[in-house]
Every structure is written in C-alpha cells, then in structure tokens.
Design a protein. Structure first.
Ligand SMILES: Nc1ncnc2c1ncn2[C@@H]1O[C@H](COP(=O)(O)OP(=O)(O)OP(=O)(O)O)[C@@H](O)[C@H]1O
Ligand SMILES: [Mg+2]
Length: 250
C-alpha cells in the first residue's frame, strides 16, 4: 500500500447538548486502493465519522484531508473526489431510475449524450436496464439501494463512502451490490464503509477499524485481528472478545 488518501488527525465530535464525545481524538490513515471497514456497536460513532468526512457535519476538534484536500481551502476538489451512499435513500420517488441518475449526474456537472450513455451503462452494470424507465417508488428496497449506489459513483469519485450499504436487502441485491463494489475497487476506487455484517467485512475488507465510544479500539487486516485474539476464528470472535458481553444490540 502506498500513499494515504485519507488522513485523519485527532478528530473529535461532541453534538450540541451531548454529555460525551461521539468521536474522541480519532486518528487514522486510509490508503489508496483499500476497502476499509468501519465496524463497531450501535452508537459507536461510525456514522458520525463518515458524516464528518463527507462534509455533512463539522468536527468539534481535529482535522482531516482527502487526497490532500480539505473543506476549508479546497472544498470543490474534495467534493469532486468523493461519492456518498447514505443509509437512507436520497432518490426522487416519482422520477424514473434513469431520470434520478440523470439528475444526480447533472449535479456533479456531467451532461449531454455522455451522461445519458454513462447512466445506461451504470443501470446495466447493476442489472437495472429493464427497470430504467420505471418510477423509483415502484422499486423494491434492494433496487432502490442499487440506484442509490449508482447515483454516488457517476462522477467516478476516487473515494466512495457507504453507510451500511447492504442493510435490509435480499441476498440477490446484496450480492449485486458487493460484486459491483468489488469491481469498482479493482478499478482503483478506495472504499470506506460501515457494516454490522462481520463475515462480509472479513471477506471484503483489506483492513478494518473497530470503533467503540468514539475511539478506534483496533485496526488491522481481518487476519491480523483474528490472530491477535487467542482462539478467535473470525472477526465475530474478535468483536465479541473486544466488546465484552457479546454484541449488545449490534
Ligand atoms: N444528531 C445527533 N445529535 C446528538 N447526538 C447524536 C447525533 N447523532 C448521533 N449522536 C450520538 O453520537 C453517538 C454516535 O452515533 P453514531 O450515529 O455515529 O453511531 P453509529 O456507530 O453510526 O451507530 P449505528 O451502528 O447504530 O448506526 C451516539 O451516542 C449517538 O446517540
Ligand atoms: Mg450509523
């Protein structure tokens, strides 16, 4: 691995009115070409971290850069470098899949015949060609999640952030999504995602970070974390060991 594409330096976040920090002096480097999994129990701070990196909320303290860009000095370049797949759908229900993607593409400054062709290719790559002219409100959860993902990658971001991309989707959509992410990664996209699916993270991630109470408890390859805990055979064993009394409500 080479250069840090994301450099995070002592990031902290205390929400207004909160007693404790949602993120506490968290430092982390993520390298180009990685699939980095942010794991941790409910309320650990995973969404808070991703939301800060995507510019949706501001940190209380600390700083970070993505591709060397920061929101202060080089916000436009930073925004062009990243794609965001939020947990909730960010689609227009009464527009068709293609219309939605044309809209998101235009938001990123893409236009014309190129955009239309790119959208067609994108829909095809996730098995949605037959549905491209149907309204999104008629789609299943898994289909919406696929369109949501495509909306985030039309502008070919260097770094893709996903917050629980496979929650509530059936095995078909899940496989389509994970295969697609794998292809994106093979073509050079750095992926940072949160998940509660530890087996999926174990297979898919180059490294994972285990977060609890806003702090990075462990970081490493799935194999190195597994071998660091005597008797552990999977990331699930590591997780149970670290979080003490089982999964709580993970
Ligand atoms: N808008 C907010 N205002 C106040 N507190 C918040 C806000 N969003 C999150 N928190 C708190 O910050 C902490 C971290 O929450 P966060 O949503 O980042 O956790 P998470 O790891 O994403 O959890 P989950 O696995 O449930 O998605 C929690 O204690 C949560 O209650
Ligand atoms: Mg979350």
């Amino acid at each position: 691995m080479s250069e840090a594409v994301i450099h995070i330096d002592k990031l902290s976040k205390k929400y207004r009115g909160a007693d404790s920090f949602a993120l506490e002096s968290l430092s982390l480097d993520i390298f180009r070409g990685e699939v980095f999994g942010l794991l941790g129990p409910n309320g650990a701070g995973k969404t808070t971290l991703i939301s800060i990196l995507c510019g949706l909320i501001s940190p209380s303290y600390g700083s970070f850069t993505i591709q060397g860009f920061s929101y202060g000095k080089s916000a436009t370049q930073l925004k062009a470098s990243i794609g965001i797949v939020p947990q909730d759908f960010a689609l227009y229900p009464s527009l068709t899949a293609k219309e939605n993607l044309m809209y998101f593409g235009a938001m990123y400054g893409l236009k014309g015949r190129h955009l239309s062709t790119d959208v067609d290719h994108a829909l095809e790559s996730l098995g949605l060609t037959a549905h491209s002219n149907k309204r999104v409100e008629t789609f299943s959860g898994g289909m919406k999640r696929r369109v949501n993902l495509l909306a985030a990658v039309l502008h070919k971001p260097a770094v893709l952030f996903l917050d629980e991309p496979t929650v509530g989707v059936d095995v078909h959509s899940k496989k389509a999504i994970m295969d697609y992410l794998q292809r994106l990664n093979e073509n050079g996209t750095t992926i940072v995602y949160t998940s509660h699916h530890l087996m999926e993270a174990q297979e898919f991630c180059t490294r994972v970070g285990i977060i609890e109470s806003g702090q990075l408890w462990r970081i490493g390859t799935p194999d190195s974390l597994i071998s660091s805990i005597p008797g552990a055979k999977s990331l699930e064993d590591v997780f149970i060991d670290l979080t003490g009394k089982g999964f709580r409500d993970v």
